[in-house]
Design a protein around this ligand. Structure first.
Ligand code: ATR
Length: 265
């Protein structure tokens, strides 16, 4: 039986096994998908297990999307451009690192029919998923990308990869069409932003990468100020669908049953 894994830390709350195992059943694939909490020193061994055919593929989540690039033989063009890997597999005896977050994010916006072209985007955070968000926004034709992170150095590191982004001091804002919470603030329902949301206007799109809880304080505040809101659930589902396609050559269906599996409210 084929074996797949999602690795990261924390990993307890990952819905990837639920989703992939459901799709295995639906598509009559004899395989199992599990989650494994690892530390950085385990990454090399995990990749070796793919080399030795003990594991057929892995998804990588926080905080290892960057470091895993060191241990694969080849990076896809998207992984190379973002220095970020979320999907690993073996092809013709080579271990390949790929990235489905970029297109997962893009598909989540097509899903709600939001057109990024010529829009100004304000990104909060500079963690592991942000290089993928930025590349995706650039590919979709955003006219301006602002980045603001509590630790400014991390935003400056991102500017080395994407020189045309503009760094904004944490707590300050520029006019935007869409704001994205890409920080981990909100994972705990009690987490609050020290932001006066009433000063940020209305009729914008508030997007949170977090999907559990489904409505973070960031989204609740956005909604209160009469903005459209979207959480990270569809991005998560689409990145999984794209990884499934890479591994099994099949695009699994995203139907209501799939979406219900991920309901936790
Ligand atoms: P990593 O930083 O290891 O890649 P991540 O979960 O991808 O982990 O990123 C966490 C993001 O949430 C970072 O942008 C982090 O800001 P710092 O770079 O300053 O740490 C942000 N973050 C986490 N807790 C925060 C808080 N209480 N206030 C503001 N930003 C926070």
């Amino acid at each position: 039986m084929k074996k797949y894994l999602v690795v990261g830390d924390p990993i307890k709350h990952s819905f990837s096994p639920t989703l992939h195992n459901y799709w295995f059943k639906k598509n009559n694939i004899s395989a199992i998908y599990e989650k494994r909490k690892i530390s950085e020193k385990d990454i090399k061994d995990t990749v070796t297990q793919i080399r030795n055919n003990q594991i057929n593929g892995i998804n990588i989540t926080v905080p290892f999307k960057k470091v895993v690039a060191k241990y694969v033989d080849e990076l896809s063009s998207l992984s190379q451009q973002t220095q970020s890997v979320n999907t690993v597999y073996k092809k013709e005896n080579k271990i390949i690192g790929d990235n489905t977050d970029i297109d997962g994010f893009k598909l989540s916006l097509s899903h709600i029919k939001y057109n990024i072209s010529d829009k100004k985007i304000f990104v909060l955070g500079a963690g592991g998923v942000v290089p993928s968000i930025i590349l995706s926004l650039k590919k979709m034709g955003a006219s301006k990308i602002f980045i603001s992170n509590r630790t400014k150095q991390k935003a400056e590191d991102l500017k080395k990869l994407y020189p045309d982004i503009e760094i904004i001091e944490w707590g300050e804002f520029k006019n935007f069409d869409m704001i994205i919470n890409a920080t981990s603030l909100g994972l705990n329902a009690k987490d609050k932003f020290e932001i006066d949301f009433s000063k940020l206007g209305s009729n914008k799109l508030y997007y949170d990468i977090i999907y559990n809880p489904p409505k973070t304080n960031f989204l609740l505040n956005g909604e209160k100020q009469k903005n459209k809101i979207e959480n990270g659930k569809m991005m998560f589902v689409f990145q999984a669908q794209l990884a499934f396609k890479i591994w099994h050559g099949i695009t699994p269906k995203i139907d209501n049953e799939v979406l219900k599996l991920l309901n936790h409210d």
